[in-house]
Ligand binder design. Sequence first.
Ligand code: ZN
Length: 296
Amino acid sequence: MLDKKLLIVSGTHGNELNPVMAVNKFRNLTLASNNNYFEFILGNPLAYEKGLRYLDIDLNRSFDSKKSFLNKDLYEVQRAEQIVKEFGPESPNGCQVVLDLHTTTASMGTSLVMYGRRKKDFYLAAILQNKFGLPIYLHEKDSQQTGFLVEAWPCGLVIEIGPVAQNHYDPIIVERFLILLKFLENLYDGINNNNLPLPDEMTIYVHQGSIDYPRDKDGNINSLIHPDRVMQDWVEIKNGDPLFLDEFNKDINYISKDKTYPVFIGEAAYKEKKIAMSFTKKETIKCSREWIKDFI
Ligand SMILES: [Zn+2]
């Protein structure tokens, strides 16, 4: 019996309002059904109150205990510790699976983000992709970015929906989150009744690296995302395709022998991380019955 095992986190970034709204709505709608599978928390309550992504540092980069040791006075580092203590896999009331709900200002649609190649994650991601056709971004081998929330649990995915502006309510995005939450509830019901679906294969977009905006000698951004790239997340580009348009209206092109699929194009929150977009490589993976065993 998979009893109360799924932790749903919304508001990990305090300026992403729609996941919080969706969770509140879901809880109201499912109150009667006495849902036993889910535990809900607001990731960063202080940042949410202020409409900020975070107060001191990004909560969703604060779940790396080695790195956080140096920053233990920061609010988000303490909050990360508190969440793991209360709801982590080791806790008496803990959860074995976590879903972290986010929105993006990029035109990603509804997508999943995986961190590393854990069998349990593959299982859940494969089912969601099979049901809804969601693209999956596998974020791996990025030494610049570590300490993601879902990595603190044995199984966890990020659901990322966009485009939507920060601090902006969008009822369509709220509905999309609700559909996914409903589906997960039914999925858990099914798993408890030994209904264990698995598609034959799945497609993932594997992180290859990120690029910053072009900048002048003082470090100011001096080129914009090229009009041909705007709202073109998950769309393949090849050598010579334009990436940016500089201040003299000159194209700055993608130069590589490898085709790539850009994601998080122009994400507002990543400007401070010096990321204008990330490049991915498409990969097809055979699904394995092993994943099911591992998940259960
Ligand atoms: Zn976020």
